[in-house]
Design a protein around this ligand. Structure first.
Ligand SMILES: [Zn+2]
Length: 438
């Protein structure tokens, strides 16, 4: 391949809008294109080099989380080379949503954080790069923590309250706590992206793991069907209690596999890394030990006594991730016991995991119809304890109006600043995002 030499000058980073330069009075005073998020922007003259910095006011963005299938539909609608492109265009909804989201993101009014779920679920699609391009474009590089990390943070905070004799004080669900990157800052105009494509082995391992977990779920679903005498509250209790027993089970299983690893190596000549890498449950207990120590408990026996007391107490339902997950499974169990024969599709575990991890941190979420219906179940709603707007394909018009509302209720002065910082093109949706650079 022929090597090209690109002459790079500072002027290339100065862009529209151009106004009259305060020093040389030519219309060459443009905005400097920034890379990182910012609390001010600068203008620089391409003729005389004069520059000046302008402060930007604080902003608070709305947090809108998009399920994986939304990103997938955006890719199909935006990528002319995608085999399902033509079919996707027959459904104008997706392009319409993308346009609105894209403009709102550039108007600095919303952010659609990406997550480990997006990355992992994009692995097997066969068009990972396009998926990453879209979810990073809408997230502007803001990534939510891994689900297990979210739960760990919630538990450690609540465990701290428990140790300070305030077990009824729930952990605070501020999105800043689980977001990597500056959530409420003016974005840089250039975005840097690193290809995070998972390796083929990683993809197949994840898929095998998911198939196993789904198999276990199906067995549980069959059991639910037979337990016709139980009600919603029984399952809810079973699920919240199950968190502690499940955590202990995972730790015991890990200890056993680790202990057997040397013998397995002598026999098979290989060691499975999964037998040696501690699962999130191990990290959780370690983090709780730290929390207890920070609260002044130094005796190791006392630390474990407190951890046990906490995990097996009924206060655990104040942990949002545990409560929401338990509510969703309880609703499914109730359906199974009362006539539902078809189990939910294989995405169910990931969906419950994603919703229970992120729901309390979002202003709005677009998820699939089945999960939206579960969240709409009166018994679920009653205990949910979050104010997030839930949207799905059942209420597409409502979602579009929600997005319109964000744009129309914003302060006109805000848009003047957006134009100064990002140029007049901020309101043109970026529909060629996947047709260029190929
Ligand atoms: Zn000048």
């Amino acid at each position: 391949m022929e090597k090209k030499r690109i002459m790079f000058s500072r002027k290339m980073l100065i862009s529209e809008p151009y106004i009259y330069c305060p020093r040389c009075h030519q219309k060459t005073f443009g905005t400097f294109v920034s890379i990182s998020s910012q609390q001010s922007y600068s203008k620089e003259c391409t003729a005389c080099g004069y520059s000046r910095n302008y402060p930007l006011p604080g902003i608070k963005k709305r947090i809108v989380y998009l399920d994986q299938f939304v990103i997938d539909n955006f890719v199909k609608a935006l990528d002319p080379k995608h085999p399902k492109h033509v079919a996707a265009l027959r459904e104008p909804f997706w392009l319409e949503v993308f346009k609105k989201l894209d403009v709102l993101v550039r108007a600095q009014l919303i952010v659609c954080p990406d997550s480990f779920f997006h990355r992992e679920e994009s692995g097997p699609t066969g068009y990972f790069e396009s998926m990453q391009r879209i979810y990073e474009h809408l997230s502007t590089g803001i990534t939510f923590d891994h689900g297990s990390e979210v739960i760990r943070k919630q538990i450690c905070e609540h465990f701290g309250n428990f140790l300070r004799s305030a077990p009824d004080v729930a952990p605070v669900t501020l999105p800043e706590k689980i977001a990597q990157g500056k959530l409420h800052e003016w974005n840089g105009r250039l975005q840097i992206s690193i290809n995070m494509k998972p390796r083929a082995e990683e993809v197949s391992e994840v898929m095998q793991g998911k198939a196993r977990t789904y198999q276990n779920f199906l067995e549980i679903f069959e059991r639910w069907k037979t337990e016709t005498g139980k009600g919603f509250d029984d399952w809810y209790k079973e699920e919240t209690d199950g968190f502690a027993t499940g955590t202990m089970g995972v730790i015991q299983d890990f200890a056993r596999r680790k202990a057997q690893a040397p013998e397995k190596f002598l026999r098979d000549g290989t060691v499975n890394l999964n037998d040696l890498l501690p699962p999130p449950s191990v990290w959780l207990i370690e983090a709780m030990q730290w929390t207890a120590q920070k609260e002044g408990i130094t005796d190791p026996a006392e630390v474990f006594k407190k951890i046990g007391e906490y995990l097996f107490s009924d206060k655990i339902e104040l942990v949002p991730g545990i409560r929401i997950g338990s509510l969703l499974y309880a609703a499914l169990a109730d359906q199974a016991a009362h006539g539902r024969t078809q189990p939910p599709s294989k995405g169910v575990i990931v969906d419950v995991d994603m919703i229970s991890s992120f729901l309390p941190y979002c202003d709005a979420m677009f998820i699939d119809k089945e999960n939206a219906a579960l969240l709409d179940d009166g018994r679920v709603k009653k205990k949910l304890g979050v104010g997030t707007h839930i949207y799905s394909l059942r209420d597409r018009e409502a979602f579009l109006s929600y997005l319109d509302g964000i744009l129309t209720t914003a302060d006109p002065k805000h848009f003047e600043l957006v134009e100064q910082t990002y140029g007049p093109g901020w309101k043109d949706p970026y529909l060629t995002i996947l047709s260029r650079s190929r």
